[in-house]
Design a protein. Structure first.
Length: 129
């Protein structure tokens, strides 16, 4: 018997933000987060569809840049090649090349304007059985 969607567990990162309005603008314009799920003066929830898979990120307001520069999230899935191409076409600054890594993953990275690191990865073709 399949579990109901309400029973599914999800891990949702909570990243620091120096300005929630700047965060919302960047993630919307450059990363395709077109749904604002929640917003108030110190918390923001954004969501996008990534080729059939939802991605949801939460942000909390801080005045400490060092917290942003020490925070990261890893987004894993098979559609990262398409995401990389989408971001590349937007001429996104701080977009790394997509490359196979020695640990068996193909990855690329983005830093948001406040320093948060977004890592995107999938199992490399060479690592698949």
């Amino acid at each position: 018997m399949a579990a109901a969607e309400d029973d599914r567990l999800e891990v949702l990162p909570i990243l620091p933000s120096l300005s929630l309005s700047e965060t919302q603008s960047f993630y919307s314009a450059f990363l395709g987060f077109d749904a604002t799920v929640f917003e108030d003066h110190n918390y923001l929830i954004l969501r996008r569809d990534a080729f059939g898979s939802p991605i949801e990120l939460h942000f909390w307001l801080t005045d400490r840049r060092d917290l942003c520069e020490q925070s990261a999230v890893y987004i894993r899935g098979g559609s990262i090649d398409r995401l990389h191409e989408e971001f590349r076409q937007k001429e996104l600054l701080h977009l790394s090349p997509i490359l196979p890594r020695p640990w068996g993953m193909t990855e690329f990275y983005i830093h948001d304007p406040h320093g948060n690191l977004l890592k995107f990865g999938r199992v490399s073709d060479e690592s698949r059985p």
